[in-house]
Design a protein around this ligand. Sequence first.
Ligand code: BMA
Length: 261
Amino acid sequence: MSRFEGRSVIVTGGAKGIGAAICTAFAEEGARVMCADVDVVAGEALASAPTAAGEIHFLRADVSKAQECDDLVAATVAAFGGVDVLCNNVGIQPTDSYQRLHEVTDDAWDRILDVNLKSFFLVSRVCIPHMLSAGGGAIINTASVQGLQSAKGVPAYAASKGAILSLTRQMALDYAEDGIRVLAVNPGTIDTPLVDEALEAIGGDEQAIRVSMAAAHPMNRIGQPREIAKVVLFLASDDASFMTGESVCVDGGLMARGSWG
Ligand code: BMA
């Protein structure tokens, strides 16, 4: 199946975890993918891995910085001729920022909001004119179940994820008549470096914590990055042509259980 044959796709935070799975899944369906990340080693490794159908290019870009977003989109348009799909996926949850709000420094707050939220604005701002002139496109934002319900000790992260859901609705409204669909996914706990780092920071019996993380999800396991990527591709595809402004939980039932868990 090649739903994205020749399509141009940008994935931010694309080198590892959910982002890498999104890059790979699009390439498998024939897309030309621009993976943007600050992790050069992981990004170059992903770009040099063989892909069955499409291709993955890597560009080092800190998408919390406007100039680097401009350069990223210009490079993508130069290489692929436009941008059909933007996956605003980048997200950080720094382990030294597990604090209650009164302990959070200005720098930690700004860094998390700049990477997790402002980058979505900055990259979208430069992609949208290309989508408008092409007559449409799709923007898929990686939010989190933490945009819907709260975990302790991550105020800036939680604020960024809630804001992504609100921004998704807002953008969907503003571009609905232009053929640009804007959607979000809310992953539960997924087997990624972000979660590995969180486990390390928590300390203690890692295996026991992994078991309790899994048990929080009614399916009694955490998810795999590919299980998010598959839904992202569906949302970006013509199969989801009447969907916009919505967010989809991909969480093994975590939000169905909600706070009763
Ligand atoms: C994600 C991250 C993970 C967490 C998951 C479920 O956004 O915060 O560390 O396990 O939400 O709460």
